[in-house]
Design a protein around this ligand. Structure first.
Ligand code: SER
Length: 340
């Protein structure tokens, strides 16, 4: 019998970096990856098999299907929000059609080995769209069912794929007589901005926070592209990775909704700046608002209500704002750039 494996798409990205390490820790899980680019050697060493190619390549997905018994999919591959605004149709292809391919893949995996496939999907605060700053200030901690009117292609893609996943989990081929219909156990989080000490994101709109920190640590000047008063929720990457694993491990009957908000801390850009400046007194950070990117973050909530995730599957981030900087970001980033 084949040993079940977990498949990670977009494995070479920011989340994949931490997820591969955590999943393969002490040989816990066998991992197969799919990414457009080859993994860094340190990651490649940890995985059972690395596929290089596109999630839109159905022949490649067929090969994985033929060779591996995949029981869990972490579908991380996506174009982020700023990048998606420059190439909206490509974003739709990758973010929506790509997800459709992976859902079909999971359905067929489940049919072939007779058990549902757990499908973990990172959605985003970009799924929200608040109409103006006054509403944003008044809304406070936003619940999953409010303001589902995203203003970006990426946000539309994420919100729709949440629904697509819910359809695959509950209604797929509902008129068909096939006993195998609906074999994808779809579960999804709406991530806040993620900040990693190991990698810098590319093409996101919450990137100002990680970019500011990494630039300061490297001794490079940085012009922040949003106003100092800009506020959205953020989370330290280890908590993001742990959340995906906790959601994947949660008993199905505990889950009362498809998409779960996650929050940890919600600083303004000025508060992030103050922390960074305190840790790196020589940091050269200036403000140069990009009106379009500002418009995007202004439409995202200042904070989220994540009580459903806490209640249903015990989500509890280890890092608040102070701990994230003092115990994770600053020491890890310092060590990283000191090593070169
Ligand atoms: N961090 C992402 C972005 O900025 C949102 O999910 O696009």
């Amino acid at each position: 019998m084949r040993k079940p494996v977990a498949l990670i798409t977009g494995a070479g990205g920011e989340i994949g970096h931490g997820l591969i390490a955590k999943l393969t820790e002490s040989g816990r899980r066998a991992v197969v990856t799919l990414d457009l680019n080859a993994l860094a050697p340190a990651q490649a060493r940890l995985v059972q098999r690395e596929f290089t190619g596109s999630i839109l390549d159905t022949a490649l997905l067929e090969r994985i299907l033929a060779e591996f018994e995949v029981d869990t999919v972490f579908h991380l591959a996506a174009l982020l929000s700023t990048r998606s605004e420059f190439t909206p149709t490509t974003a739709h292809q990758v973010n929506v059609e790509g997800t459709l391919h992976l859902l079909e893949f999971s359905q067929r995996e489940a049919e072939s080995h007779g058990r549902p496939v757990t499908f973990i999907y990172p959605s985003s605060i970009a799924a929200y769209g608040l109409p103006d700053l006054e509403t944003k200030a008044r809304a406070g901690r936003v619940r999953e069912d409010a303001f589902a009117t995203p203003t970006t292609m990426y946000g539309c893609n994420k919100l729709y794929c949440e629904q697509l996943g819910r359809y695959y989990a509950r209604f797929y081929k509902q008129l068909s007589a096939e006993p195998q219909a609906g074999r994808v156990d779809f579960r999804c989080v709406r991530f806040p901005g993620l900040i990693s000490a190991m990698t810098v994101p590319s093409g996101g709109t919450s990137d100002y926070a990680p970019e500011m920190i990494h630039a300061a640590a490297k001794g490079e000047p940085y012009a922040c592209f949003v106003r100092p008063d800009t506020r959205i929720p953020f989370m330290a990457m280890p908590d993001g990775v742990d959340a995906l694993l906790a959601l994947a491990a949660a008993p199905r009957e505990r889950l009362t909704q498809t998409a779960y908000n996650l929050g940890a801390f919600s600083p303004s850009a000025a508060e992030i700046h103050a922390r960074v400046q305190a840790a790196f007194p020589a940091a050269d950070i200036t403000w140069k608002t990009d009106v379009k990117r500002q418009g995007i973050v202004d439409s995202w909530p200042a904070d989220v209500d994540d009580s459903a995730a806490r209640r249903d599957w015990g989500f509890a981030p280890a890092y608040d704002f102070t701990r994230a900087f003092d115990e994770y970001l600053i020491p890890t980033i310092r060590a990283r750039y000191a090593r070169g």
